[in-house]
Design a binder for this molecule. Structure first.
Ligand SMILES: [Zn+2]
Length: 388
């Protein structure tokens, strides 16, 4: 019989693959596939046709029927470039009651526990199926999960309760904001600034769009939050510009100004409403620019879009996780995850994973051994429940 690895051994293996989002994750996927196959579990891949060096992987254990619990994680990690690490980021190093390494917390620790659980479920004669879903490109805007979810539904019986193991200190997180962004490129018309009335200064047309975001934030902050929004911090939709670039000289009307306009929308409000509101501002600015020069225009390109995770009423995933963890408090987070994408595809979804999000993406990223063990306990209780 092939060797059954411990969760720590699996995590050590996963972290040895430097699966930074820009690079290939295939060596990791190959390894997971071989390991599962070795235990008689058929793994399925979704190879990304646009990025041949990347693939998602999913698998099913137990009775061939609908209603599986799905353990969902991403295989990619953020870069370590320029970060001061005290040990090799791609070697799990134990010190001070912690496992250090890129992805220990976000989120190969959970991935390892999920792979471990799938193999255990294979030997435990589970009555209810368990599925594993490992995506890629989560860290670059959650773009890998949606096609994987479609592919899973074509190949496997549909699961019903999804546990997305982003670090939550093993608490049941039932909601997060949705997010989307627009890469905005204002294209002006260059003239000497002494005759600026004949040119179109891209920076000066970008400024009112950005100030519109300021005004929206003020309005949102002043309004009474809805019940569903009230649990978030902050309890309102935020509009944010984190990057801007433009102009070539102080005395030339700027030809180009690019900025990133991002929105984080509270559950209960529609992302499409905010998109339309912003695009209306863009079109109005463009009309004014073109009155000065017909070549001036504004290009907007969607940069990312992640649906909100809307807290469910008596959600199946939430109920399961609460039963396994004993956590009955209300938790929501302000960052996006793949849970909203599973929910949008018709699954009940919750976030619950070991580790603290504060350690994610940091130099010397770690997961405490206590949290990793808490994740292990969770998986053991899950297998027990599925076999009962
Ligand atoms: Zn993550």
């Amino acid at each position: 019989m092939p060797q059954r690895l411990t969760p720590l051994e699996i995590m050590t293996k996963l972290i040895s693959f430097p699966t930074v989002s820009r690079d290939s994750n295939l060596p990791l996927v190959d390894w997971v596939e071989d390991y599962l196959n070795g235990h008689g579990i058929r793994a399925h891949r979704w190879p990304d046709p646009d990025q041949p060096h990347k693939a998602a992987l999913f698998a099913h254990v137990g009775p061939w029927e609908e209603g599986a619990v799905v353990l969902s994680g991403h295989t990619d990690v953020v870069p370590v470039d320029g970060q001061p690490w005290d040990s090799d980021p791609f070697v799990v190093t134990e010190r001070d009651g912690k496992y250090f390494g890129r992805g220990t917390c976000d989120m190969k620790g959970f991935d390892a526990l999920a792979i471990w659980a799938l193999v255990e479920a294979q030997y435990a004669d589970v009555k209810r199926p368990l599925q594993l879903a490992l995506s890629f490109d989560e860290e670059v805007g959650c773009t890998g999960a949606p096609p994987m979810i479609v592919a899973m539904q074509e190949v496997l019986p549909k699961g019903s309760a999804v546990v997305v193991g982003e670090p939550s200190m093993m608490q049941a997180v039932t909601g997060h904001k949705g997010g989307f962004g627009y890469d905005t490129h204002v294209v002006g018309y260059e003239v000497h600034s002494s005759i600026m009335h004949t040119g179109v200064n891209a920076i000066m047309y970008a400024a009112p769009l950005i100030d519109w975001a300021n005004a929206q934030n003020d309005i949102n902050m002043a309004a009474d939050p809805s019940d569903i929004a009230a649990v978030f911090d902050p309890p309102w939709t935020t509009c944010h510009v984190g990057m801007i670039k433009g102009g070539t000289a102080h005395n030339i009307t700027a030809k180009d100004c690019r900025f990133m306009m991002d929105f984080r929308v509270v559950p209960g409000e529609q992302a499409s409403t905010w998109k339309e509101a912003y695009l209306e501002q863009v079109r109005a600015a463009e009309r004014k620019m073109q009155q000065v020069h017909p070549d001036a225009h504004i290009e907007v390109k969607a940069s990312f879009a992640v649906p909100a995770l809307v807290p469910e009423t008596d959600g199946e995933a939430e109920t399961l996780v609460r039963a396994l963890t004993g956590d009955n408090a209300t938790h929501v987070v302000s960052y996006g995850t793949e849970a909203g994408q599973f929910q949008e595809a018709g699954y009940s979804a919750v976030i619950c994973g070991p580790g603290d999000i504060a350690q994610a993406h940091q130099p010397n990223e770690y997961i405490t051994i206590a949290q990793f063990n808490a994740g292990h306990d969770f998986m053991q209780r899950l297998i027990y429940k599925l076999a009962a």
